[in-house]
Design a protein around this ligand. Structure first.
Ligand SMILES: CC(C)(COP(=O)(O)OP(=O)(O)OC[C@H]1O[C@@H](n2cnc3c(N)ncnc32)[C@H](O)[C@@H]1OP(=O)(O)O)[C@@H](O)C(=O)NCCC(=O)NCCS
Length: 138
């Protein structure tokens, strides 16, 4: 976190962190699809602890679930103490991306194959969130 990433009180400007989240999550989406995927929506973005100037910021993302032409990606933002390696969760977000074909239209995404209980739980939770998301859009 450099000074240009901060707000007036020296903690991260939320919009900057949101752009980092969008980039990190897009990489996961595009790795899964092997194509361009665009952000369709962002929900459940929670800032749970501050990032301060000088912090080392770590972003990690992964695909929670693949639907028909869309997929849900989760991204977590952590600050890392480089002397101990300890990390503190600062933000968590769930984003929906849509896989676009060469014609710019949505095209099917490859299926996800969860292997662990944790991955299966993440997929189930993402499916439940999608139902809520679609119901809200209707
Ligand atoms: C996202 C986008 C491609 C969807 O196009 P569309 O013609 O509405 O597509 P469809 O209605 O056929 O929906 C395609 C999929 O997108 C999903 N989707 C569309 N809008 C969504 C939204 N707001 N939130 C979550 N999912 C959405 C649908 O549920 C569907 O998913 P599924 O195939 O897995 O069931 C289109 O709205 C778009 O181009 N938006 C701008 C994206 C962009 O520019 N992002 C960069 C940041 S500004």
């Amino acid at each position: 976190m450099l000074p240009q990433h901060a707000n007036a009180i020296g903690t991260a400007f939320g919009g900057t962190v949101m752009s980092w989240i969008d980039i990190c999550a897009a990489v996961s989406a595009q790795r899964h699809c092997s194509r361009v995927a665009v952000t369709a929506s962002v929900d459940a973005l929670d800032f749970v602890a501050p990032l301060r100037v000088g912090d080392v910021v770590v972003l990690r993302s992964w695909v929670n679930a693949a639907f028909r032409t869309s997929l849900e990606v989760e991204c977590v933002v952590e600050r890392e103490d480089t002397t101990t390696g300890a990390r503190v969760l600062c933000a968590d977000a769930k984003l929906t991306f849509v896989n676009l074909g060469p014609d710019g239209r949505p095209q099917p995404v490859p299926p996800l194959a969860p292997e662990t209980d944790e991955e299966r739980a993440r997929e189930a939770a993402a499916i439940a969130r999608r139902e809520t998301r679609l119901a809200a859009r209707r």
